[in-house]
Design a protein around this ligand. Structure first.
Ligand SMILES: [Zn+2]
Length: 123
């Protein structure tokens, strides 16, 4: 068991290094909650705002290192199609219960409902 954890760590270290490098293009913080990535570490990812035709996606690769190696020059070239996010914020968008899995009109209703509630909140 201990051996297996170590192996995963070795495999993922270069992945975190690339994500960190990408993060530096975005000021090194999550665009939503402003959580900082101060060093290569787990917990952050790059989010596609817009996909281009023919562009490969995560599932086209057998591991994260190949995916992020492919992605790095693309992000450098077209930064405005991406957002740097922490995993929690990314899950809110793309996770199994994320907003991208909901119908667009329901997301808008949800935000409207949330805004209405804000009026009664004393902060
Ligand atoms: Zn965040």
């Amino acid at each position: 068991m201990r051996k297996r954890v170590k192996k995963i760590g070795i495999l993922l270290a270069p992945v975190y290094a690339i994500i960190y490098e990408i993060g530096q293009l975005f000021g090194g913080e999550c665009e939503v909650c402003l959580k900082k990535m101060r060093k290569p570490m787990p917990g952050f990812t790059i989010h596609h705002i817009k996909y281009k035709m023919g562009e490969k996606i995560h599932s086209d690769f057998s591991n994260r290192l190949d995916y992020y190696t492919y992605l790095l020059p693309i992000v450098i070239k077209s930064k405005n199609r991406f957002a740097f996010l922490c995993n929690a914020c990314h899950h809110s968008l793309d996770g199994p219960r994320g907003l991208n899995r909901r119908k667009k009109e329901n997301v808008l209703r949800l935000i409207t409902m949330w805004k209405m509630g804000q009026r009664h909140k004393k902060t």
